[in-house]
Write a protein that binds this ligand. Structure first.
Ligand SMILES: *Cc1c(COP(=O)(O)O)cnc(C)c1O
Length: 369
């Protein structure tokens, strides 16, 4: 194939070798046990509990349902308010609204795109029940300050940690913070089970609640104890997860090499800025976002188009803000969102994945410089 004409997408799913996966799924043709919390579901749950260094975990069919169920498990009263960020994937806001709660949009910090913890308190009313922050791009929120506020006003904290698989802070898995954290194992994420997700938490009572929510509330052949949906992870997905987990450290290492090459080539470009890194945080190198400032020679959209002309598909994550989407616009209370809007107009996520060729990174950077 003519390399000049090869398309480069923003991401590419990590996969084990074909042989490895085929070998791993063979036992399913003996057992015929394809889902319903089978052997591999249980095995992956155990391995992820260890890898993510969390006390409890519940696997789900995808990250979005994990988020919906984590919120639902808290039993908030209908119509209550949840303080959250608009600078995220639409799933975060949908999960709040689909639980019949009202999102209240808080601004974010220009330094790393996470919720601005100094602006949360002014948004709290007597109807506020929770905070749903996002560790966006794997940049972790100010977890200490958010917890202080939550404790002061008796709020729950549910982190959207979809981007933060394997991130640690102060030596602890990021899923240990808040009342629950939600991970996505979607094909495009650092770790994937094709489609999949999980809720991590410490309260043991949540395990049964989430189990009932993800499996119709079924507790016996003739016993349904509560109203639930179907959000179980199947065995093919669980096996994909077990295979990918074997290679996750190498995958993150490969990402680190590519991250550093990008950084090296772009760090002196006038007008191109990177997000700040938190101290005592072990990154997962999930994405390579850049902020295209006013003093860059083109606009963010100009750069996006320029790359696209060369068949390099960067993405404007996250533009527009979720609060500006047609389904939510002018519907919910919000702060000025000055910084969120500004970031949303300037951010660009460059192609980034485990097997991205170094020469492609160099080619992309030549177009940016
Ligand atoms: C991917 C993602 C989700 C949803 O996860 P799925 O597994 O795709 O359902 C939620 N929030 C954020 C921030 C995400 O990036």
């Amino acid at each position: 194939m003519d390399k000049q004409n090869e398309k480069i997408y923003v991401t590419q799913s990590s996969m084990p070798t074909y042989e490895e996966y085929i070998e791993a799924i063979k036992p399913l043709w003996d057992s015929h046990w394809l889902t319903n919390m089978g052997k591999y579901h249980k095995e992956l749950e155990k391995e992820l509990r260890e890898y993510l260094d969390v006390p409890q975990i519940s696997l789900m069919v995808n990250g979005h349902m994990a988020l919906e169920m984590a919120i639902q498990a808290m039993d908030f009263p209908e119509g209550a308010e949840v303080i959250t960020t608009p600078f995220t994937f639409i799933s975060t806001t949908h999960a709040i609204v689909r639980n019949r709660l009202k999102p209240v949009f808080c601004d974010v910090k220009l330094s790393d795109g996470t919720i601005d913890e100094t602006k949360i308190e002014e948004l709290i009313t007597e109807n506020t029940v929770a905070i749903v922050p996002v560790h966006v791009y794997g940049n972790i929120c100010n977890v200490e300050e958010i917890q202080r506020i939550a404790d002061k006003y008796s709020l729950k904290v549910i982190y959207d940690a979809a981007h933060a698989f394997g991130v640690t802070y102060k030596g602890k898995g990021i899923g240990n913070y808040g009342d629950a954290s939600v991970f996505s194992f979607h094909a495009t994420k650092v770790f994937n089970t094709i489609e999949g997700g999980a809720v991590t938490f410490s309260d043991p009572k949540l395990y049964d609640k989430l189990y009932n929510l993800k499996n119709f509330g079924i507790r016996g052949e003739e016993l349904v104890v509560s109203v639930g949906a179907n959000a179980k992870m199947n065995e093919f997905s669980a096996i994909m997860g077990l295979c990918n987990l074997k290679h996750i450290d190498t995958a993150i290492q490969e990402r680190k090499i590519r991250y550093e090459r990008y950084y090296e080539l772009l760090s002196d470009v006038p007008g191109i800025r990177f997000f700040d890194e938190r101290k005592e945080c072990q990154k997962n190198y999930a994405y390579f976002p850049i902020v295209v400032e006013e003093d860059y020679r083109a606009t963010r959209d100009g750069l996006y188009d320029r790359l696209k002309e060369k068949k390099i598909y960067a993405r404007k994550y996250f533009y527009p803000l979720t609060s500006d989407q047609a389904c939510f616009k002018n519907k919910y209370r919000q702060e000025k969102l000055e910084y969120a809007r500004s970031l949303s107009d300037k951010v660009l996520v460059l192609p980034f994945y485990e097997k991205l060729r170094i020469e492609d990174i160099e080619k992309i950077c030549e177009l940016v410089v």
